[in-house]
Design a binder for this molecule. Structure first.
Ligand SMILES: NC(=O)c1ccc[n+]([C@@H]2O[C@H](COP(=O)([O-])OP(=O)(O)OC[C@H]3O[C@@H](n4cnc5c(N)ncnc54)[C@H](OP(=O)(O)O)[C@@H]3O)[C@@H](O)[C@H]2O)c1
Length: 293
């Protein structure tokens, strides 16, 4: 089958980068955008050479039309249940109806396979969609990139430049946490979308660093001694997250409420990638940690 890609969420940060990678590879790419999407972002995509289809993403028939002749649907949509479960399910039904053979969902996270339900709300939604996806007659591939590397610049507990602190949990000072830049994720995703032989899941990481690694890196690249801070037991963090979530129900309508950020911290220290597929495709380069702190 001729390669023809359809990207959902192309007006987003990651989606636009994924589109750019297909253009670089000279592979035709279509973007489905909604009526309210930013004109400026659509123009940027058009100028790159992306075909734009404006469509209502809850209209399965219109999406089926948009999916005709497509070899792989790539979703880079971001949102809560209405997007990750509902919109992606409609898009999945449309892709199946149009005979699309492959689908890459908007996972783009740490591999959540072994994270129990209830520990990370945003991962629970992905798991819910995964059930529909894996029950469909379509070849699914998830790209697991760990955390996007830019979060190392947001003074997160794991690397807080403002306070010069680095958090860890009991017994986890040497635990490796996976990070991938958005550019590296986009380049790998484009290659995976063109590869009909992908396994179900692909784990990648531009780099993996532990709290102890970060102490050395901070000294070398920030010229400062950061303090390692023991945050206690990981089970304690899980219990804290549940209490915080129950106390702040308004966060259920936000993508990244405080308790969700804390759930990400828990996930980072609970699982990490054990089967990195960085070398699967030729011609990719991986951003080093020093370029991202
Ligand atoms: N691993 C990590 O550390 C990390 C960090 C951030 C994000 N992510 C993940 O990466 C993926 C892409 O995120 P991003 O930051 O690129 O997202 P983003 O910039 O916020 O873009 C979101 C995209 O989804 C579309 N969208 C949102 N709500 C929609 C709706 N109701 N109906 C239709 N389209 C809708 C947006 O369209 P409009 O332009 O029309 O609004 C936009 O194209 C997501 O899975 C996100 O969770 C991972």
């Amino acid at each position: 089958m001729e390669k023809q890609i359809l990207v959902a969420g192309a007006t987003g940060n990651l989606g636009q980068k994924i589109c750019r990678e297909f253009i670089k590879l000279k592979v035709p790419v279509r973007a489905i955008v909604r009526e309210g999407s930013s004109r400026e972002k659509i123009t940027t995509l058009e100028n790159m050479g992306v075909d734009i289809i404006q469509v209502n993403l809850s209209d399965e028939l219109a999406l089926t039309d948009a999916c005709k002749g497509v070899s792989c649907v790539v979703s880079a949509l971001a949102g809560l249940r209405d997007v990750i479960v509902d919109t992606q399910t409609t898009l999945l039904h449309a892709a199946v109806a149009a005979g699309v053979p492959r689908f890459i969902p908007s996972d783009f996270s740490t591999d959540f396979t072994d994270i129990p339900m209830g520990e990370n709300r945003n991962f629970d939604l992905r798991k819910e969609f995964k059930e529909s996806l894996d029950g469909s007659p379509i070849q699914a591939t998830s790209i697991f990139n760990g955390a996007f590397a830019d979060i190392l610049r947001y003074n997160i507990p794991l690397f807080n430049v403002k306070d010069k602190t680095i958090a860890y949990f009991n017994g986890k000072a040497d635990w490796k946490v996976d990070f991938t830049t958005m550019n590296d994720t986009a380049a790998f995703t484009a290659k995976a979308a063109l590869d009909d032989t992908t396994p179900r899941d692909l784990q990648i990481a531009s780099f993996s660093v532990s709290p102890n690694d970060l102490i050395g890196l901070a000294r070398q690249y920030k010229g400062a001694d950061f303090q390692l801070v023991n945050m206690g037991d990981l089970d304690g963090l899980s219990a804290y997250n549940k209490t915080q979530r129950a106390a702040q129900p308004e966060g259920e309508n936000e993508l990244y409420p405080k308790w969700q950020q804390s759930q990400y911290l828990y996930s980072m220290f609970l699982v990490h990638h054990t089967s990195i597929a960085n070398d699967r495709y030729e011609g990719l380069t991986w951003s080093p940690v020093e370029a991202n702190i």
